[in-house]
Design a protein around this ligand. Structure first.
Ligand SMILES: [Zn+2]
Length: 277
């Protein structure tokens, strides 16, 4: 889950705890990418995430697209976010997720900054063209950036002319169940190792909230993000049924062993031969 505030104070924490209860019931553990303002304002929630067995990673210092930063401004915020989590939890976070999956060609400098700041992995690339943010031609499977940071691209599936991150957010709750099942089957077949991962936000599981006009989406976008939140938790429970779920950090060495280094200037989708150990 990307833990960030929405709506009235306290709503995001309550929604996050609803997901925590579902994960407890499914004996599942996951990774929570927490925005620095949430870490600052609600350290008890962050401590609870760790206490209940989940990995706490960073969603950065502010919720802006990476391309709205310079490398210097991004680094400054990232260091603050990293150090606040380290102070709270006793160890720095290993993982980072960019807001809106905004690690795009316009922010190609970001993996080097993550490496400098000691991050082991990022889960910030949407490997397709997308109207919000995407990196067409980026590998769809985990890969390493030249500086060594492992990248875990969000699973995407074809939906008409678009490739959508179907397993999370509003896509998970809007897709017809039969379409979701076929996309999961084809992703598992493509990935070869059966690894799947989903993502969501506190608002995705906050079915009781009234319509809020979001600053980062127009009216139509705000309505899409608001409607139909009820199916999120049942669908996540369905995805977890019969599967084992653990945090990214627990699978890093296996994922890294299978990941090749990708040079962004290589031909689209072409992996360099070097395997990163
Ligand atoms: Zn976010």
């Amino acid at each position: 889950m990307d833990v960030e505030d929405h709506g009235a104070p306290g709503r995001a924490a309550a929604a996050t705890r609803r997901l925590l209860d579902l994960l407890d019931a499914a004996d599942a553990r996951g990774t929570f990418f927490v925005l620095d303002t949430v870490v600052r304002d609600d350290p008890a929630l962050v401590a609870e995430l760790a206490r209940r067995g989940h990995e706490v990673a960073s969603h950065g210092h502010d919720h802006r697209h990476l391309a709205q930063h310079t490398p210097v401004s991004f680094r400054a915020g990232l260091v603050v976010a990293r150090d606040r989590l380290a102070d709270l939890l006793g160890a720095p976070p290993q993982g980072y997720r960019a807001p809106y999956f905004s690690l795009t060609p316009a922010a190609a400098w970001a993996p080097a900054v993550l490496a400098e700041c000691g991050f082991a992995y990022s889960s910030s690339v949407l490997p397709a063209w997308n109207p919000m943010a995407g990196w067409p031609g980026a590998p769809r499977r985990p890969f390493a950036w030249p500086g060594g940071v492992l990248e875990l691209p969000v699973p995407v599936g074809r939906f008409g002319p678009l490739s959508l991150p179907f397993l999370g957010g509003m896509y998970l709750r809007w897709l017809p169940p039969w379409r979701l099942r076929t996309l999961v089957r084809s992703w598992v077949a493509e990935s070869g190792d059966g690894h799947l991962w989903s993502y969501c936000h506190p608002y995705d599981v906050d079915a009781g909230e009234g319509l809020v006009r979001r600053q980062d989406a127009g009216l139509a976008g705000s309505v899409m993000l608001w409607l139909n939140r009820g199916p999120t938790l049942p669908r996540l429970a369905g995805l977890l049924r019969g599967r084992r779920s653990e945090p990214f950090a627990a699978r890093l060495s296996a994922l890294r062993a299978a990941a090749a280094t990708w040079q962004a200037d290589a031909a689209p989708g072409v992996l360099r031969a070097a395997t990163v150990g």
